[in-house]
Write a protein that binds this ligand. Sequence first.
Ligand code: G3P
Length: 217
Amino acid sequence: MKIFADTANLQDLEELMSWGAIDGVTTNPTLLSREPGDPLETLKKICELVQGPVSAEVVSTDWQGMVKEGKKLAQLDDHIVVKIPMTVDGLKATRILTAEGIRVNMTLIFTPTQALLAAKAGATYLSPFIGRLDDISSYGMDLIADIMTILDNYDYDVEVLVASVRHPMHVLEAAKIGAPIVTVPPKVLRQLIHHPLTDIGLKKFLEDWKKVGKEIR
Ligand code: G3P
């Protein structure tokens, strides 16, 4: 399973990259709006740091504007994947950008049929938002399972990128059903590590070693 970091924060990314567990990054206009400085410069720095796919989202809503912005974003760095919202114009822009060799991550997907159309338009990644479905009492992980079944049925060359992840159970459930990629906010990534029994176990080991009175050199 590939794990992407869902953040545009450079300090967080520097720390996360040092763990060796991060394969890429997803950003969106909201995440970039929280960071200081020019967002395009931030995206370049993220690409330099991560050396993997970095999703950067267009903000136009008409296909012509999306294509123009998509090309501009793709020029920032070879690692940029253009994020396009799931609309009619988004599908048109996806078809055009992918025909020109620009990778697209189709975002704001909430139904399996939206995912099917995004796959047909040529998207490289599909981003179904599971947390936002859970928020409205709809089981987000069911959407992932349905999309994976559809993609398998027809052998589409596209990866599901589980998005809007809110807690460790989302990561666990995505992994159990074999989702290819999950994008996870830094807070949830840190939650994946910590366990009270690990802390207690380490404390006891260190106390016992202290009794030995020897350094490891
Ligand atoms: O990857 C998309 C993500 O950033 C949206 O998450 O928590 O705002 O639904 P959320």
